[in-house]
Design a protein. Structure first.
Length: 157
């Protein structure tokens, strides 16, 4: 009877594979940090966009004034058409993001008020400088009510 050879990896082969993996992870670490920062910035941009669209749609639906208030670390949508303001939604921005403080009021036609008002809300993060590699989004609301999220506020109109 013929004995079959033992299959598996030797200790040397395993150590070489671990060393190569460590070298590749070390080389990729700076890119993973940029990827994580960009993901957080994109997530915060989408929070701003969805709350702006929510405020606009609530103004249309309620046939009244709805205010979007952005502070450094949160967004609040408030119905201000009645005798007492009613907070419809408050959401925090994902840390460590910082938004430019702004207030935008939407009329029952979905346009910002006062007439002809446009708004620009930029997002950044603590400890980073916005660039082509670290893209800080910018929310733009034009006087006609169009809401747009720019992927990079540096190239946003």
């Amino acid at each position: 009877m013929h004995a079959s050879p033992i299959r598996g990896l030797t200790l040397i082969e395993t150590m070489v594979a671990v060393a190569i993996s460590a070298i590749l992870l070390t080389a990729a670490a700076p890119y993973l940090a940029d990827y994580t920062a960009n993901s957080r910035l994109r997530e915060g941009g989408h929070v701003l966009l969805s709350d702006a669209l929510y405020a606009q749609s609530e103004a249309l639906k309620r046939n009244g004034l709805v205010r979007l208030t952005v502070t450094a670390n949160s967004t609040t949508v408030t119905d201000i058409s009645g005798a007492a303001p009613v907070v419809l939604r408050t959401r925090p921005l994902p840390p460590p993001l910082i938004a430019q403080a702004a207030t935008v009021q939407f009329t029952s036609s979905g346009m910002p008020t006062p007439f002809g008002t446009a708004a620009s809300i930029d997002l950044s993060s603590q400890g980073i400088t916005c660039s082509d590699q670290l893209r800080c989004p910018g929310l733009r609301i034009d006087a006609g009510g169009a809401v747009q999220l720019c992927a990079n506020k540096l190239s946003c109109p």
